[in-house]
Ligand binder design. Structure first.
Ligand code: 3HC
Length: 690
C-alpha cells in the first residue's frame, strides 16, 4: 500500500489497482481528495501490472459531493474536471465502489467511471438543487444519458437519494455487492470486467436515452407545469431543467458549456448563498456550546403522551415510526378511541407506509385513561390545552407517578416552562418539546431549555429529535419562544395594516410574493377564525368578532376574510372590505393607500428586530438558529435565508433606518433593539458580529 497523500492510499491487489479515499466526515471532494484521486489514477496508469482500477472510500460514505466549504474560495489542487477526464479517458477500466451516499460531485465522479457497483444500503443522488445549485461536474449531461430524461428531471429537481436497488434497475449501478464486503466485491467485479474484456463504457458517448427525448419539448413543458407550485420562487429547479434540455438538444461538449455557464450564474447568486447557509445552519443548530456531544444520553425506550388530540397523535406517530412504543393517556374513552383511530387512518392513508408497517406501528401503540400507565415511560410529553393551571396540575401528578430519571416534557407553544417545572420536585427533568402541526410532518422541533433543565435531558432531547427526523433548535424560555414570538411581531403589523387601508389580500399577496406559502389572513381562514372565539362573549368589538358573528369563520364556512367558491378558491370579499372601512372610520381615521414596499417592510423588519432582541436576551444561541426555526416551522423561503439572514442581506443600517422612521410616526412598537443599533453602527451583520 502506498500513501498518495494524507487522505488517499493506493494498493495493487492482483491486477487491480485500488484507490482508497479517507477524508472524514463525508469524503467531500476537497483539494486533498481531488489531488489524491489524480495521484491514484496516475499511479494506476504507471503500473503495468494494473489492468483495472477501483475507487473506494473509508468511513461512513462514498464521496458525498464537492466540499461546500471551499465554494467561493480560490481554486487549489487538481481541478475536478481534470480528475474526471483522467478517470473517463483511462485506458484501464475504472469501477466506483459505492457505500453510504454517492452525492453531487461524488456521483458525478462515479459517472465518469466506466462501471459502478454498490452495496444494497447505498444511495445515489444529485442534491445540488437543495443548495440552490445544479450539478456542475457533468452530472446534468451524464445522468440523463444513463437513466433517461424523465428520471433525471425527477432526481435533479428533487435532490432525492435513490436506493441502490432502484439505481440498479435504472442502470445507474451495474451490480450490487454484498453488504459489508464492498472492497472485495468491487475488486472481484473489476477482475471480471478484465477477464470478459468488457468495453470501457463512457457515459458521455451513450446517446440513446437523450435522443429518445429529442423533438419532444412537451416532456419539459409538462414537467414544468406539474411542478410549478413546488418550484415557485426557486431558480435552481428551472436551471436544472434547462441543463437537461441542453443534454437532449446539444452535443455533449456544448451541453457541458451550458452546464458550466448556468452553474456559474447560480453559484454567484443570492439564492444559492442563502441555501448553502441554510445547510450549515441546520447542522450548526445541533451544537450546544455548554452541552458537549459526549454528554450522557438517557435511554428512551418508551414514550408517554398526555392528550390524544391532533397534536398528541401526531407526536406519537414520530416515535412509533422509529420503533419506540407509545402510550397515550386521555381523560375520556371516546376521545381516546378517536385519537387512536385518527393515527390508524393517517397511516392507512399514507403513501409511504405499507399495510404490514401500519400494523407493526399500531401494535406499539397503547391507550389508557389512567396516568399511572406512564409510570414506566422514559419520556412523557404533555400535549393538552394551553392553560397554565391544567399543565401545572398534570406535572404535579407526573412528578408523583413517573419513575426517577424520566424526562417530563411539555409541548406548550409559549407558556412559561419554569413555572410548569416549579410544581415538580425534579425541575432538572423538565423541558419543552414544541412540535409544529401536523407534528408527524413538520420538520421543526423547538427544544426549550428551562432554568434547571439538565444537560443530559437537553442532549437526550437533541439526539432523539434527530432520530425521529426532526430539525431541532434549542431555545430559551420567553413568551412564544423564538418562533411564535417573532410571528407575533409580524401578526401585530398585519393587523395594524388592515386598519390603515391595506386589504387582507394585499398583505397576503406581498408575503406570498416574498415566498411564504400563504399570508396571515389566508392562514387564518384555513385554520378557522373561531379558534379561541367564544360566541357568548362576542360583542362585535373586533373585526374577527364581527366576521365570526356573521358566520364568516374561514374556509370551512365558505367565507372568512375572503369569500370562497365551492372548490375553496379564495376571492377578495366586498363584505370584509366594508367591515374594515367601517371600523377605520369609526376609529376616527381615513383609509389610506399602503404601498407594497411598506407592507413588506412593516411585516418583515419588526421580525428582524424581534430576532435581535431574542439574541441579546440569549434566548437563541445564534442568529442562524432563528433562521432555522423560521425556515422549517413557518415557511420562510429558504432562498431568502431566514429573517436574520435577510436582515443582513437588506443591510442592518437600512433596517434600522426604517425602524426609526416607523418609530417616529407610529410609536415604540418599532423601537430598535440595542443589538440592531450596535451592529448597524459598527457596519457588522448578525452572521458576523465580530
Ligand atoms: N461539503 C462539506 N462538508 C460537508 C458536506 C459537503 N459536501 N456534506 C456534509 N458535510 C459536513 C457537514 O457540514 C457536517 O459537518 P459538522 O459535523 O461539522 O456539522 C458533517 O459533514 C456531517 O454531515 P451531516 O451531519 O449532514 O451527516 P449525515 O450523516 O446526517 O448526512 C450526508 C450525510 C447525507 C452526506 C449529508 O451531509 C449531505 O446531504 N451532505 C451534502 C450533500 C450534497 O449536497 N452534495 C452536493 C454538494 S455540491 C456539489 O457536489 C457540486 C458539484 O456538482 C460540482
Amino acid at each position: 500500500m502506498t500513501a498518495i497523500n494524507a487522505v488517499t492510499d493506493f494498493a495493487v491487489e492482483g491486477d487491480v489497482g485500488v484507490i482508497t479515499l479517507n477524508s472524514p466526515p463525508v469524503n467531500a471532494l476537497s483539494a486533498a481528495v481531488r489531488d489524491g484521486l489524480a495521484g491514484g489514477m496516475a499511479a494506476a496508469a504507471a503500473d503495468p501490472a494494473v489492468k483495472a482500477v477501483v475507487i473506494v472510500c473509508e468511513g461512513r460514505t462514498f464521496i458525498a459531493g464537492a466540499d461546500i466549504t471551499e465554494f467561493g474560495g480560490a481554486q487549489k489542487g487538481a481541478s475536478l474536471y481534470d480528475v474526471q477526464e483522467a478517470i473517463e479517458n483511462s485506458p484501464k477500466p475504472v469501477v466506483a465502489a459505492i457505500h453510504g451516499t454517492a452525492l453531487g460531485g461524488g456521483l458525478e465522479v462515479a459517472l465518469t467511471c466506466h462501471y459502478r457497483v454498490a452495496v444494497p444500503s447505498a444511495r445515489c443522488g444529485l442534491p445540488e438543487v437543495n443548495l440552490g445549485l445544479l450539478p456542475g461536474a457533468g452530472g446534468t449531461q451524464r445522468l440523463p444519458r444513463v437513466v433517461g430524461v424523465e428520471k433525471a428531471l425527477e432526481m435533479m429537481t428533487s435532490g432525492q437519494h435513490v436506493p441502490a436497488k432502484q439505481c440498479l434497475e435504472m442502470g445507474l449501478v451495474d451490480e450490487l455487492v454484498e453488504e459489508g464486503k464492498l472492497r472485495e466485491g468491487a475488486i472481484a467485479f473489476a477482475k471480471k470486467i478484465v477477464a470478459e474484456h468488457r468495453p470501457l463504457k463512457k457515459v458521455r458517448e451513450s446517446n440513446d436515452k437523450v435522443e429518445a427525448a429529442r423533438g419532444h419539448p412537451e416532456i419539459f413543458a409538462n414537467f414544468r407545469k406539474a411542478n410549478a407550485r413546488k418550484f415557485r420562487g426557486f431558480l435552481a429547479p428551472e436551471y436544472n431543467i434547462c441543463c437537461i434540455e441542453a443534454a437532449v438538444n446539444q452535443p455533449f461538449d456544448e451541453g457541458m458549456k451550458t452546464e458550466r455557464k448556468l452553474f456559474g450564474e447560480l453559484m454567484s447568486g443570492s439564492q444559492s448563498a442563502a441555501q448553502r447557509y441554510a445547510f450549515f445552519a441546520e447542522r450548526q443548530a445541533n451544537k450546544v456550546p455548554d452541552v458537549p456531544d459526549d454528554t450522557a444520553v438517557i435511554p428512551v425506550n418508551k414514550v408517554g403522551i398526555i392528550g390524544g388530540g391532533t397534536m398528541g397523535g401526531g407526536i406519537a406517530m414520530n416515535f412509533l415510526n422509529v420503533g419506540i412504543p407509545v402510550t397515550i393517556v386521555e381523560v375520556k374513552q371516546d376521545a381516546l378511541d378517536r385519537g387512536l383511530g385518527v393515527i390508524r387512518r393517517n397511516y392507512e392513508r399514507s403513501r409511504t407506509a405499507k399495510p404490514e408497517e401500519t400494523e407493526a406501528r399500531m401494535s406499539r401503540l397503547t391507550g389508557s385513561l389512567d396516568m399511572s400507565a406512564l409510570a414506566d415511560c422514559d419520556l412523557i410529553i404533555e400535549a393538552v390545552f394551553e392553560r397554565m393551571d391544567i399543565k401545572k396540575d398534570i406535572f404535579a401528578k407526573l412528578d408523583a407517578i413517573c419513575k426517577p430519571g424520566a424526562i417530563l416534557a411539555t409541548n406548550t407553544s409559549g407558556l412559561n416552562i419554569d413555572e410548569i417545572a416549579s410544581v415538580t420536585k425534579r425541575p432538572e427533568a423538565v423541558i419543552g418539546l414544541h412540535f409544529f402541526s401536523p407534528a408527524n410532518v413538520m420538520k421543526l422541533l423547538e427544544i426549550v431549555r428551562a432554568d434547571h433543565t439538565s444537560k443530559e435531558v437537553i442532549n437526550t432531547s437533541m439526539k432523539l429529535a434527530r432520530k425521529i427526523g426532526k430539525i431541532a433548535v434549542l431555545v430559551g424560555v420567553c413568551p412564544g419562544f423564538v418562533g411564535n414570538r417573532i410571528l407575533g411581531a409580524r401578526q401585530r403589523e398585519a393587523n395594524k395594516l388592515i386598519m390603515e387601508g391595506a386589504m387582507p389580500w394585499d398583505v397576503d399577496r406581498v408575503l406570498y410574493d416574498f415566498g411564504f406559502p400563504m399570508g396571515p389572513f389566508a392562514m387564518s381562514d384555513l385554520a378557522g377564525l373561531d379558534i379561541g372565539w367564544v360566541k357568548e362573549k362576542s360583542k362585535g368589538e373586533t373585526i374577527r368578532d364581527v366576521l365570526c358573528e356573521m358566520d364568516r369563520r374561514g374556509q370551512k364556512t365558505g367565507a372568512g376574510w375572503y369569500d370562497y367558491d365551492e372548490d375553496r378558491n379564495a376571492k377578495p370579499s366586498p363584505v370584509t372590505e366594508k367591515i374594515l372601512h367601517d371600523f377605520i372610520v369609526k376609529s376616527g381615521a381615513n383609509p389610506r393607500h399602503v404601498s407594497d414596499d411598506e407592507i413588506r417592510e412593516r411585516c418583515l423588519y419588526p421580525m428582524i428586530n424581534e430576532g435581535a432582541k431574542i439574541l441579546e436576551e440569549g434566548k437563541a444561541i445564534r442568529a442562524s438558529d432563528i433562521d432555522v426555526v423560521w425556515e422549517n416551522g413557518y415557511g420562510w423561503p429558504v432562498y431568502e435565508g431566514g429573517p436574520m439572514w435577510y436582515g443582513d442581506k437588506v443591510g442592518l443600517d437600512k433596517v434600522l433606518g426604517k425602524m426609526r422612521e416607523f418609530q417616529a410616526t407610529m410609536g415604540d412598537a418599532f423601537k430598535p433593539a440595542p443589538l440592531l443599533e450596535k451592529l448597524a453602527a459598527a457596519g457588522k451583520t448578525f452572521q458576523n458580529q465580530g
